[in-house]
Design a protein around this ligand. Structure first.
Ligand code: GLN
Length: 493
């Protein structure tokens, strides 16, 4: 067996059938990272010794569970009591968290082997990882292009088979967009399904943790482990209206005939790259062939998504990031005249340009005299966006649309134009504003520019109602099954 081309189930079978030990599997992934991550920079930090120790415990039967021996990477904004949690920021370059995120605890309790922390845009603000203080991650399909962001390291790590699965956070698209650009599955669960305890906050009413995998089945496996109420996160849902958390793998193979998929014209515009439009048409035709009904739905407030998101997210970020003052947390300037000067100098030195831009924007939209015009108005539009989805889901089980307008772009293409970068999220932010579930899965390829240029992955996005993950995964699985895009791999090394 090719030890670094595995799924969660195949690893479980290999260990159970004694075809490979957890230590061998962990070591093979660590070796691959060691050999090839120099060209990708998916990781900020790896934990080789700790990972091998954990794998040894699996082999000794001391650790069991559905993820026993499965090598996993996590975004560097999830707190762990070992190593550093840096958010790819100079501000937190030496930060050692005093506790583990709930997701980390649940993964380890299920037997997962955590290999390391992956790169991101500083504090998860960005769409390309170019805003990382540790340097950009490269797209494994074409190392001249971005992997997307902000969870670009997590997406690239799965695409490059540096781990079986990884985790990221999605505030406005940071799981789905990089998943699309790197040709892997990325899921943003419903707001509140996964505990955010131990996730460094960016915009607390939008942030959600979710998985990156090669297959929809693996995403379901991971959701089974991490979903569910956590008393340490008061925004995590109790789900008492629908009983216990379902087994997300149970219905995956149930066909989609009888289900209805919605298409919204607001997602089918001229801005879509022709290859993206073609991939979407193909996916819609495949669903029709599988017996799904396709209906038109209207999401009239879609166009307000980007301005609304960039008001709400920056407002919350300006408040969340106030704690990094060089006294409580983070980088402290060496020289300062007085306390106020110390705050100013520490923040000026510790934060990168994009983070500063967000803090200034957020402070502006919240300040008295402007809050009614910007922040409070954005909250009202947010409600309208949510109502659009509620109405649409009365007519369909899920909405099918592109994840992005096109494939991965080249480094530097959008760094001088923040608005162009923000437009990367045009198809993803509304799901966060509405709190609904979304998944991106491999949906085909665009040809690269030039005869020898590698082809570039495209993502199909499916959006479903709040807590509709089980059905959404089932629909995604049916599309995956009709194609073989998920089996394709970039050529590295
Ligand atoms: N790209 C978006 C932003 O820059 C989304 C980021 C995210 O989801 N963390 O805010």
């Amino acid at each position: 067996m090719d030890i670094t081309k595995q799924s969660i189930t195949s690893i479980r079978d290999a260990i159970a059938g004694k075809k490979a030990s957890a230590v061998e599997i962990t070591q093979a992934y660590l070796d691959r990272i060691h050999q090839l991550d120099g060209a990708v920079h998916a990781f900020n930090e790896t934990y080789a010794d700790r990972a091998v120790d954990r794998a040894r415990a699996v082999d000794a039967g001391e650790v069991a569970g559905p993820l026993a021996g499965v090598p996993i990477a996590v975004k560097d904004n999830l707190c762990t009591t070992w190593g550093h949690t840096t958010c790819s920021s100079k501000m937190l370059a030496n930060f050692a968290a005093p506790y583990n995120a709930t997701v980390i605890e649940r993964l380890e309790a299920a037997g997962a082997v955590i290999l390391g922390k992956t790169n991101l845009d500083e504090f998860a603000m960005g769409s390309s990882t170019e805003h990382s203080a540790t340097g950009a991650t490269r797209n494994p399909w074409d190392t001249e292009r971005v992997p997307g962001g902000s969870s670009g390291g997590s997406a690239a790590a799965v695409a490059a088979d540096f781990c079986v699965a990884s985790f990221g956070s999605d505030t406005g698209g940071s799981i789905r967009q990089p998943a699309a650009l790197c040709g892997v599955v990325g899921m943003k669960p419903t707001y509140g399904l996964i505990s955010r305890f131990g996730l460094v906050a960016f915009a607390s009413s939008l942030d959600q943790i979710g998985p990156f995998t090669h297959t929809v089945g693996d995403a379901a496996e991971l959701l089974n482990v991490i979903a569910g109420h956590d008393p340490r996160d008061s925004t995590s849902a109790t789900l008492d209206f629908s009983g216990p958390i379902p087994d997300y793998t149970a219905d995956l193979e149930t066909p989609v005939d009888g289900l209805t998929l919605g298409i919204a014209k607001q997602y089918m515009g001229e801005g879509n790259d022709p290859a993206m439009a073609q991939a979407l048409d193909k996916a819609i035709a495949q669903f029709k062939d599988m017996g799904a009904t396709i209906v038109d739905v209207d999401l009239p407030h879609t166009e307000y998504g980007i301005p609304t998101y960039y008001i709400v997210a920056t407002a919350e970020a300006s408040s969340n990031l106030a704690r990094y003052d060089g006294v409580h947390y983070g980088h402290r300037a060496a020289e300062a005249e007085d306390l106020v000067d110390l705050y100013a100098a520490s923040r000026a030195e510790g934060f990168g340009d994009e983070v500063k831009r967000r803090i200034m924007l957020g402070t502006f939209v919240l300040c008295s005299g402007y809050a009614d015009a910007y922040y409070n108005r954005a909250l009202k539009v947010r409600r309208l966006i949510k109502q659009d989805f509620d109405t649409a889901f009365e007519a369909c089980d899920a909405i099918i649309c592109p994840t992005t307008t096109g494939p991965a772009f080249k480094f530097g293409d959008k760094t001088d134009d923040p608005l162009a970068m923000y437009m990367q999220d045009v198809y993803t932010v509304n799901a966060n504003l509405a709190g609904i579930a979304g998944i991106s899965l491999p949906g085909g390829f665009a040809e690269g520019e030039g005869a020898d240029a590698p082809r570039l992955p495209l993502g199909i996005q499916l959006l479903g109602p709040t807590f509709g993950e089980a059905k959404l995964l089932r629909i995604a699985r049916m599309l995956e099954k009709a194609n073989d895009y998920h089996a394709a791999r970039p050529i590295l090394g």
